[in-house]
Design a protein around this ligand. Structure first.
Ligand SMILES: NC(=O)c1ccc[n+]([C@@H]2O[C@H](COP(=O)([O-])OP(=O)(O)OC[C@H]3O[C@@H](n4cnc5c(N)ncnc54)[C@H](O)[C@@H]3O)[C@@H](O)[C@H]2O)c1
Length: 537
């Protein structure tokens, strides 16, 4: 099943309706439209569909025979939906006769649309949002990554395409790039994946197969005579290598880690045999990214629950670190909630207290007295156990900002629940004894990635630039003075001295004449012809 087709519980009367699905994309010209036809016909062919005829014009429709009988129509035409703009097209598949195909088989056919690679036009717009990353080759040079194989565990979001493009501009060979797909339901996950595989030519490894995928990557790198540089976002690679193939750790030139979850995962290993450039702990990351992640998470909650009333009602933030501190402020100052904070470190609780939040040294006590309507978790792991779930005296929504599903041990809650209900894209409801409902938004995964993309391109630009600067540092023979394991002083020094900072300031630090709006290229747009509206004849 794909992200777009989760809520497939057939309702009475819908079983006999034809199934249909569409993807909206932007293409600059007939060539790009022809590429879309070619890709979709090829991939539908791999899914067992047979096209009756190849369309002569780039816009049109073609009838498909399905693998187990039945028929569908594949069409590409001008999009007229709300989000349509210049060059906006829609590709659709309508299954007019399901034949003997199973529901899963039909879903797989419809899902081919989701994998349509991002077009050149779309990639160019993403690149424009990330000028610091896009311009790094000018500073790092075109061979900074020529002597390494690159292994990435970065989110499959559109912004990653700009980082991947910068990697290749700095000499990384696409055939030696491997990407671990974490499988979160990002808004454009399939289309990014399509581009990584078919546009860039990288190898993509699904999360459950990551150990075998890492081994295969190391084999490819060894065959190419190079060591591996890892860009990780959550400690997916180094722990797997140290646990499953420790003798191959020497094949890793270095690891650049983007997030605290990754740092926590490698900490138990003690002295590490490879350098780990910790952008996660850098001054830059805390200053630039955390406010935007917190804003993305709180607005994701509000979007999922558009009709909920937040003002004046109680919220609880778990973990008052980089993210939690920002989120607590937003919930209080933007959503006007009464915010309490719990952190396991007493010193951090003191900070929260003097920041003006209600604090208590007991989580169970806070749950009982504060009765939060919303619990936002950013503690990193296991903050609300099954035992805590029993301490709620009112129903509540719960959302996580922490990586994967680590924040809430939901299996413990399920054991105590009378029933667990699937609310589709909203998440799950844990119906507890006593009529308390705990609604876990976005299945307990980081809510800012749930069917959306997280931080604006112009913001993550600097973080991705920092990752690439870290990678280029570790790829050098002297590693820029970075020792084995973590070396935060070196990280902060390296990033502070980088021209990427001045490049960022040159663009956004003043209100000078270089300001560039993120509007589409005017040359692609028609002239405005609509007359001002006026009432009556
Ligand atoms: N969703 C995203 O886009 C995104 C972005 C950055 C980081 N993250 C992840 O969010 C999590 C938090 O990141 P951070 O940078 O704020 O980390 P941080 O280290 O700055 O803060 C974590 C806080 O949680 C507290 N804590 C730890 N265990 C606790 C527990 N059981 N109960 C209560 N408090 C506890 C710690 O004392 C600390 O104050 C990490 O998993 C990180 O990887 C997610």
């Amino acid at each position: 099943m794909t992200q777009t087709m989760r809520q497939e519980v057939p309702r009475a009367g819908t079983r006999t309706l034809p199934a249909a699905h569409q993807v909206v994309f932007r293409a600059a010209d007939d060539g790009a439209r022809a590429d879309a036809w070619r890709y979709l016909l090829c991939e539908l062919g791999r899914a067992g569909c047979v096209a009756a005829a190849v369309p002569e014009s780039p816009a049109g429709a073609v009838t498909l025979g399905l693998p187990a009988g039945g028929a569908a129509v594949l069409a590409i035409g001008k999009a007229v939906c709300d989000s349509a703009g210049p060059g906006c097209l829609t590709a659709s598949v309508t299954i007019s006769d399901p034949g003997r195909n199973t529901s899963d088989g039909l879903s797989a056919i419809l899902a081919v649309l989701d994998s349509l690679p991002l077009t050149g036009w779309e990639l160019a717009r993403i690149g424009e949002q990330m000028p610091v990353t896009a311009g790094l080759a000018g500073y790092l040079g075109s061979s900074a990554f020529a002597d390494v194989a690159v292994l990435c565990a970065i989110h499959h979001m559109r912004d990653f395409t700009a980082m991947a493009a910068a990697l290749t501009a700095c000499g990384a060979r696409p055939g030696l790039i491997t990407v671990i797909d974490k499988g979160y339901p990002y808004r454009m996950r399939g289309r990014v994946d399509g581009w990584l595989r078919h546009g860039l030519g990288a190898s993509v490894v699904p999360y459950p197969g990551r150990v075998a995928g890492i081994r295969a990557h190391l084999d490819r790198a060894a065959a190419g005579g190079v060591r591996t540089l890892v860009f990780d976002d959550g400690g997916y690679v180094l722990p797997a290598v140290l646990d499953h193939m420790p003798d191959r750790a020497s094949e890793i030139a270095g690891v650049v880690e983007q997030t605290m979850s990754g740092i926590w995962k490698i900490e138990p290993y003690g002295q590490l045999p490879v350098p780990v450039f910790s952008v996660a702990e850098s001054d830059l990351k805390a200053a630039v990214e955390a406010p935007y992640v917190a804003a993305a998470a709180t607005s994701a909650v509000a979007d999922l629950l558009r009709d909920e009333m937040w003002a004046g009602r109680p919220a609880l933030v778990l973990g008052y670190g980089r993210l939690g501190r920002q989120a607590a402020r937003l919930l209080r100052d933007v959503y006007r909630m009464r915010v309490a904070v719990y952190d396991q470190q007493p010193a951090t609780l003191v900070t929260a207290q003097v920041d003006g939040f209600a604090v208590s040294g007991s989580l169970t006590g806070t749950l009982r007295t504060h009765q939060p309507l919303l619990v936002l978790g950013s503690a990193g792991r296991g903050s609300l156990t099954g035992e805590h779930a029993g301490a709620f005296t009112s129903s509540a929504y719960l959302a996580s900002m922490t990586s994967r599903d680590y924040e809430f041990p939901l299996s413990e809650w399920a054991e105590r629940a009378i029933r667990v209900v699937d609310y589709g894209p909203l998440g799950h409801g844990y119906l507890m004894p006593g009529g308390i409902e705990l609604c876990v938004l976005g299945d307990g995964l980081p809510v800012n990635f749930h069917h959306r993309e997280s931080v604006p391109g112009r913001v993550i630009d600097l973080v991705f630039a920092a990752l690439l600067l870290g990678g280029a540092t570790l790829a050098r023979p002297d590693r820029g003075g970075h020792g084995l394991g973590r070396d935060l002083a070196c990280v902060n020094r390296t990033l502070a001295a980088s021209p990427a900072m001045t490049s960022f300031l040159d663009r956004y630090g003043d209100d000078g004449p270089h300001r560039r709006l993120l509007t589409p290229p005017a040359g692609d747009c028609p002239d405005h012809t609509r007359l001002p509206w006026k009432y009556g004849p």
